[in-house]
Design a protein around this ligand. Structure first.
Ligand code: PLP
Length: 375
């Protein structure tokens, strides 16, 4: 009997395969198609030539753990101990899975804010917990009254995603204050904060849960070097949490992967002190604006994008097809792959909105916009 009877292949694999089959431009899956920083390339070459090819320490390379600690101190003004508060993981995906498997027990409820990233709910099911889906409002902001109503004595965790995929929205100080109020009601509540796009924000500043000290004892903050340094194939990320939570997660982590790719860890440890984080947002802002300008002549309506490398677009003026049918036709007839957003909603609500990834080189963005302008 299947433990995940209702789960098929993820939409990302489905759309990427369709894009390949139809020789279409793939703006569906969230991965960059441009070169990595030359300094990171050099660090990788040096790491490869050093004696870094055997198992790394279970929680992460000591050099990388220290680099992560300094990086967080610089970005959020908070000290996290390399030994006690940080765990290197095989991408954010493993960190999320690990946190859920460690803390969610049979019958526990976990609040998800839909549209929500597609790995959360199945991971909860595998832990025999129950996902409680609360839709974001029309502007893709948290509906705090609805969250309050969803709370019960069984609520163990809330998963938040900021900057948000697919909506590209950011959390405000008010959102954190409302979350803190809710935490007061439920002392067992853990906050799993998926911040994989933390270094990609535009006009408004990104506020991390890692800067909210009164949430530290119950937070698990998840980061992805794949997203930050456009190396999604390396699958290296990390999580930050307080000592009592990390020690429980290490027990599971040691049997899940034991440790993470040693060559990649040493390369990142050397590179991180020299990385220019501000340039990451500047580069993606240029790409967001380039794509938006090139789309001006189209019938799509672009929604505001405050962060992440995703652009939502309404096709309501073009068609009343379902978003799934529309994205399939877009690949087949126009040679551009996108992601239908209804797949991120448990209730399958279809707002006639699709997601484009603009982490692509300029030529790809211009060519895809040219095709989309003909739709
Ligand atoms: C919101 C969100 N969380 C987690 C992940 C997984 O990140 P990683 O590739 O580091 O495992 C992704 C990747 O698309 C994502 O968009």
């Amino acid at each position: 009997m299947s433990k995940l009877p209702n789960i098929g292949t993820t939409i990302f694999s489905v759309m990427s395969k369709m894009a390949a089959d139809h020789h279409a431009i793939n703006l569906a899956q969230g991965f960059p198609n441009f070169a990595i920083d030359a300094k990171l390339n050099d660090a990788l070459r040096l790491s490869n030539e050093s004696m870094t090819h055997q198992y790394a320490p279970m929680a992460g390379s000591p050099r990388l753990l220290s680099a992560i600690s300094e990086m967080n101190q610089k970005s959020y003004g908070t000290y996290f101990s390399p030994d006690k508060n940080i765990l290197v993981t095989a991408g954010a995906a493993q960190a999320l899975f690990l946190a859920i498997q460690t803390f969610v027990d049979e019958g526990d409820e976990v609040i998800l804010l839909d549209p929500s990233y597609d790995s959360y709910a199945p991971s909860i099911t595998l832990a025999r917990g129950k996902a409680v889906h609360v839709p974001l409002n029309e502007q893709y902001q948290v509906d705090w009254e609805a969250v309050k109503l969803a709370l019960s004595t069984k609520t163990r965790m809330i998963i938040i995603n900021n900057p948000h995929n697919p909506a590209g929205t950011l959390w405000s100080t008010n959102d954190f204050e409302r979350l803190e109020e809710i935490c007061q009601i439920n002392p067992r509540l853990l906050v799993l904060s998926d911040e994989v796009y933390e270094y990609i924000s535009f006009e408004k500043p990104f506020i991390s849960i890692k800067g909210r000290t009164n949430l530290h004892h119950r937070m698990i903050a998840v980061s992805s070097f794949g997203k930050t340094f456009h190396i999604t194939g390396w699958k290296v990320g990390y999580l930050v949490a307080s000592d009592h939570l990390i020690s429980e997660m290490k027990k599971v982590h040691q049997f899940l992967v034991f440790c993470v790719n040693s060559v990649a860890q040493e390369a990142l440890a050397s590179y991180i002190p020299h990385a220019d984080y501000d340039e990451i947002s500047r580069m993606y802002k240029r790409k967001r604006d380039l794509f938006a300008k090139a789309m001006e002549g189209s019938r799509f309506e672009l929604l505001p994008c405050e962060g992440s490398f995703f652009q939502l677009a309404s096709y309501a003026k073009i068609s009343d097809e379902s978003d799934l049918d529309f994205t399939k036709r877009l690949v087949e007839e126009h040679g551009v792959a996108a992601i239908p957003t209804s797949v991120f909603n448990e209730n399958k609500e279809d707002r006639k909105i699709i997601r484009f990834c603009f982490a692509k080189d300029d030529e790809t963005l211009i060519e895809s916009a040219k095709r989309l302008c003909k739709v």
